[in-house]
Design a protein around this ligand. Sequence first.
Ligand code: IVH
Length: 642
Amino acid sequence: MDEPELSDSAYDVLYRELTALESAHPELVRPDSPTKRVGGKVLDKFAKIKHRVPMLSLSNALSEDEFKAFDERAHRFLDATDSAVLEYYTELKFDGLSVNLTYESGELVNAATRGDGETGEDVTQNVRTIRSVPLRLKTRKPPELIEIRGEVVLPVEAFEKLNEEQAKKGLKLFANPRNAAAGAIRQLDPKIAAERPLSAFWYGMGQVQGVRFETMQEYQDRLIEWGFRVGEFRQVCEGPGPVLKFYRKIEAQRKKLPYEIDGVVVKLNRLAEIDRAGYVSRSPRGMIAFKYPPTQGTTTVEDIIVQVGRTGALTPVAIVSPVRLGGATVRRATLHNQDEIDRKDIRIGDQVLIQRAGDVIPEVVSVVLESRTGKEKKYHLPDHCPVCDSPVERKPGEAVLRCVSRNCVAQLKERMRHFVMKDALNVEGMGEKNVEALVDAGLVKHYADLFRLKQEDFLQIEGFAEKSSIKLLESLEAARNPELYRLIFGLGIRHVGERTAKILANHFGDIVSLFKVAEAEFEEIHEIGPEVAGSLHDYFADPQSLAELKEVLKFVKPAPPKRGAGAGKLAGKTFVLTGTFPTLSRSDATKLVEDHGGKVSSSVSKKTDFVVAGEEAGSKLEKAQQLGVKVLEEAELLKLLS
Ligand code: IVH
């Protein structure tokens, strides 16, 4: 459908073959040849194109109530009774750059930016480089004239890569994919535009002659037939209820989409109804942009503080004036490390653009240089740990500064917090505050101390009652037989996340076997790279770490990985899970695959053996089909294991 039919490498081979043929036989070169996509002259400025039909904008709904008000208004404009259910067409609101394509007799004749809505810039050369724009409509009976409108976007991955390259070249970073896409489309040299992997989604129409459509759905289905890429999530909704459901569903998956969206667009599905509803201040009254709370905003850096992590890393954090972002109030944003502060030139007092994407920690994207007054203060991380005052060091090749002390209280608290967390030993009720109180009271200096705690220890700390201390003692007791990987993960070895911990647990089967493994041997394990191997080696070769672990093992008896009947049936197989399964939750399915020796990965590639697809499976399923990866339903997965 809207995915390429060929892999990029297959495309490249054919492309090269075609170029060779065309240079041998120039008389055979067709105007819609893909080689015409790239190339063209470097322009000194863009020509102007007047739109045949103005490119309008949309009114916004910024809350569910505002959306409901839109539905009520739509009833009024259409003279519909209150009980009438209007048919809406709901799709994604792509955060890119809007472009109009003009096709005459099926041939792409030009492409223009929106400009001021009346007149745009001629970006035909650059738009031709986008693979999802057909140079000729795939139909034998093209309409005389049709203007097709949509959004050019830069996928998030390409955006990040582009910014990495910009940084390497010492060039200014793009604040977001939209700006980067706009920059690419407005490149005067089409070769540079062609290097940016732009994509586009097509949804609307301008002037149309020689073809008629009844509904948005029919129109977009036709766009697909003609060779356009259309948003993968689009739905006809009977009334506002299903629209709200769609809006919430997309919000939940928003951060997993490979491109940015800033809302959904809700349109009356019947084109005649859109016409009938009319227009107000350059927006159709039969459509609305139903937006998500913004994830970027500007605020002021009030201060910069330093946090000390469990491995001693000093992380500078900006304390900012509170801003609402992505539905939450943000007061802090990470600055990562000194290099990042220097590269972005972030100073105390600066106005900054900050970003919060899903659950990740908000970060400072860039400084609003125009707002500088000259009173802003530069910042340098201290050369001593702000908590224990020990010296800090920076290892060659690393960007982070670390506190060198083993007895730093900040590190100890973070290590303990990690050790008891849900994904590690899962000591219920032992939150951050309790860990802090126990460390501050001097009761816990090593992991093993947790298991030596007695009720009277808790009672000497302010705020602990008999009941809560009994509960915590019970939780500690219950945490003494964790699965092996949880203990390995809980030790907080640098670079060893939950996934690596599982690989190690499955590979070695018990903790003692890990004590004497050489670095090279770690590296031989599939999926363990040199960095992780080095860090594991350092940990197990360190007498103090080892002594601490041995103390823990006096109390904690990890359960070996399950190797019951059927275990290992999926050994060496890689799975990707997508959609909602009829009976298993996502984490149950993951556990099931891993318990049988399989690996669960988050993205589909040629190396994927199976994609298990449930209801509402999206792009991963499409990718699997494209790559010819075997797709299973939940029942088929269960059958594999039985
Ligand atoms: S329909 C009258 N559908 O949002 C304009 N617009 O804020 C009809 N946009 O200028 C536009 N995704 O650039 C429509 N699925 C979508 C869209 C979309 C993004 C942009 C478009 C428009 C802006 C309005």
